[in-house]
Design a protein around this ligand. Structure first.
Ligand code: CP
Ligand code: NVA
Length: 317
């Protein structure tokens, strides 16, 4: 694994190995801090992560920066607003310069093609920290959270409900089959809201070879029926312009995750949202603040999963 651009480029063994390492490091840090500090806590000494941001962030920025601190390394936050990129500098020159000074980089960008170009021109590992197309780091943390909660991922079914022409949905569609999970999508029956055609095709193929299922429903109740995990994400992703809001809210409201909708999932089902979340839009406050919600475990596990990812990419541990 040279870069981490998409879960579709990973196999189940690599995924399991990252999740195992993440859990090991998390447990050690929580239960034996002295041992952690003298081992993993020094493992990135002298190493620098460059974090390039074209969009806002709370979790991604903090989890990568804290992750590097906890591994003994250093992280630089670099906003595209402060860079010559796209104005006086090309992506390829940017990648080459960063490669001469830093050990690893992550980028949160609009265009997915731009992260591919960054990786093609970089001699250090490049991590996709979200593009309009995918958000693989989120789903690494999500799979870790599901595994922690249920003790396994294999055989479970996740329903994603809402705006499914969406980076998080796409990454879940790649991640679920790798983890042996079925995925059901519930979204309005329109190209605007269902996953992009190439993702539908690749996810179907991945599910076929993993022996799992990938299905799309226009009825939210059918989508969540008897599932283990109900997942939703913002109806107004960072790249969607504000003027689209009223129309999108009207179209997506039948897919709002309410307590009534949750009652069609298994009694043991959990609720997930990658956050940021809007109460009263993609879910009600009752659901996200209720006993089935594991959204803050999800947020925390970004930290542990990405530490493991960076270690694997740098061949440490
Ligand atoms: N879930 C997630 O990536 O959050 P941020 O946009 O705050 O980084
Ligand atoms: N789909 C959301 C994810 C935020 C973490 C977005 O792109 O804004």
């Amino acid at each position: 694994m040279q870069h981490f651009l998409d879960l579709k480029l990973l196999d189940s063994k690599e995924l399991t190995s990252i999740l195992d390492l993440a859990s090991e490091i998390k447990d050690l840090m929580k239960n034996n801090l002295n041992e952690y500090n003298s081992g993993w806590g020094k493992s990135m000494e002298g190493k620098t992560l460059l974090m390039l941001f074209e969009k806002p962030s709370l979790r991604t920025r903090i989890s990568f920066e804290v992750g590097m601190t906890q591994l003994g390394g250093h992280a630089i936050f670099y906003s595209i607003k402060d860079s010559p990129l796209g104005k006086k500098e090309s992506i390829s020159d940017t990648a080459k310069v960063i490669s001469r000074m830093c050990d690893i980089m992550m980028a949160r960008l609009f265009e997915h093609e731009h992260i591919i170009e960054l990786a093609e021109n970089s001699t250090v590992p490049v991590i996709n920290a979200l593009t309009d197309y995918s958000h693989p780091c989120q789903v690494l943390g999500d799979l870790m959270t599901i595994r922690e909660h249920f003790g396994k991922t294999e055989g479970l079914t996740l329903a994603y409900v809402g705006d499914s022409n969406n980076n998080v949905t796409h990454s879940l569609m790649f991640g679920c089959p790798l983890a042996g999970m079925n995925i059901k999508i519930g979204a309005p029956d329109s190209e605007e809201f269902i996953p992009q055609p190439d993702v539908r095709e690749q996810a179907t193929q991945m599910a076929g070879s993993a022996g799992t299922r990938m299905e799309i429903f226009a009825d939210p109740i059918e989508a969540v029926k008897d599932v283990d995990v109900v997942y939703t994400d913002s109806w107004m992703s960072y790249h969607i312009p504000d003027y689209r809001k009223a129309e999108r809210l009207t179209a997506l409201m039948p897919f709002q995750v309410t307590s009534e909708l949750m009652s069609h999932a298994k009694d043991s089902a959990v609720f997930m949202n990658c956050l940021p979340a809007m109460r009263g839009e993609e879910q009600t406050a009752e659901v996200i603040d209720g006993p089935q919600s594991i959204v803050f475990d999800q947020a925390e596990n970004r930290l542990h999963a990405q530490k493991a990812l960076m270690l694997r990419l740098l061949g440490i541990g």
